[in-house]
Write a protein that binds this ligand. Structure first.
Ligand code: SF4
Length: 219
C-alpha cells in the first residue's frame, strides 16, 4: 500500500511514548485492576480487503478487553454491520475469547491507547502514526480503508503522506488514493453519534454497501 519509511514502526504492546496516557493508565488501573490498560493491537485478517480505522480504545471497551471495539457501545453497530455484510462469523463482540472471527477485514485505531476524555492530543496522534503507517505498509494494494470519524481520516492521510486539503472528510465520501485503493469516510459509530442520530443504522449500512461495492469493483 505505502512504502515503509523511517517514520513507520511495528506495533509495540509495551509502548509508553505518551506520558499523559501512561499517567491516565495508572489512574484507571487503580479503579479497574483487571482492565487491559495498554496499547490495543489491530484485530482480524492479516491481508484484508477492508481495513477499518477508529479513533482509539474506549474506556470500558477495547481498553478493558484488549480488542478493538469489543465490550462497549461503539462496537454494537459496527459488529452488527460486519456480520450483515459477511465480514465476520458473529454479530456480537463481548470479550477477547468470544469466538469472533473477521473475514477479509481488519480493525485498528488511529491511537492505540485510550486517550483521556476520548480526545487525543495532536502529539499523541503524531506519536502513534508510525504504527498506523507500518500497518498500512503491510497490507494489500487493493484495499478499502474505512475511516470512522475525522481524526481517523486525518491520521490515515498523514500515514500515507497525503494532503488534507486534497481529501476533505465527509460522511460516505469515497477518495481514490491509488488506482486500486480507496479511502471511505463515515461518522464514528460512537454512543454519542448513534444516540443523537448523527449516525443512524441506515446511514452506516449505506457506508458498508459502498465499501462492498468498491471491493467488488476492485476484483
Ligand atoms: S498512544 Fe500510541 S504512541 Fe502513545 S503510548 Fe500509546 S501506543 Fe505509544
Amino acid at each position: 500500500m505505502i512504502k515503509k519509511s523511517i517514520k513507520s514502526s511495528e506495533f509495540d504492546p509495551d509502548c509508553r511514548l505518551c506520558p499523559r496516557i501512561s499517567r491516565h493508565f495508572d489512574d484507571i488501573r487503580s479503579v479497574y485492576p483487571s482492565y487491559h490498560c495498554g496499547p490495543v493491537a489491530a484485530f482480524g485478517d492479516k491481508k484484508p480487503r477492508l481495513l477499518i480505522v477508529g479513533l482509539g480504545p474506549g474506556l470500558h471497551g477495547a481498553n478493558a478487553t484488549g480488542r478493538p471495539f469489543t465490550g462497549d457501545h461503539a462496537g454494537i453497530l459496527l459488529y452488527q454491520m460486519l456480520y450483515e455484510f459477511g465480514f465476520s462469523n458473529q454479530a456480537i463482540a463481548t470479550h477477547k475469547n468470544d469466538g469472533l472471527k473477521l473475514h477479509n477485514c481488519r480493525i485498528t485505531n488511529a491511537v492505540k491507547c485510550l486517550p483521556p476524555a476520548n480526545k487525543p492530543l495532536p502529539t499523541e496522534i503524531k506519536n502513534c502514526n508510525s504504527y498506523l503507517q507500518a500497518e498500512l505498509a503491510a497490507l494489500h494494494d487493493k484495499l478499502v480503508i474505512l475511516a470512522l470519524g475525522r481524526v481517523a481520516h486525518e491520521a490515515i492521510l498523514s500515514a500515507m503522506n497525503l494532503r488534507k486539503k486534497d481529501y476533505p472528510f465527509a460522511h460516505n465520501a469515497v477518495h481514490e488514493i491509488s488506482s486500486v485503493s480507496y479511502l471511505l469516510d463515515s461518522y464514528h459509530c460512537s454512543r454519542y453519534n448513534t444516540q443523537t442520530r448523527r449516525l443512524t443504522e441506515d446511514m452506516f449500512r449505506k457506508v458498508f454497501s459502498t465499501a462492498t461495492r468498491l471491493i467488488n469493483e476492485q476484483n
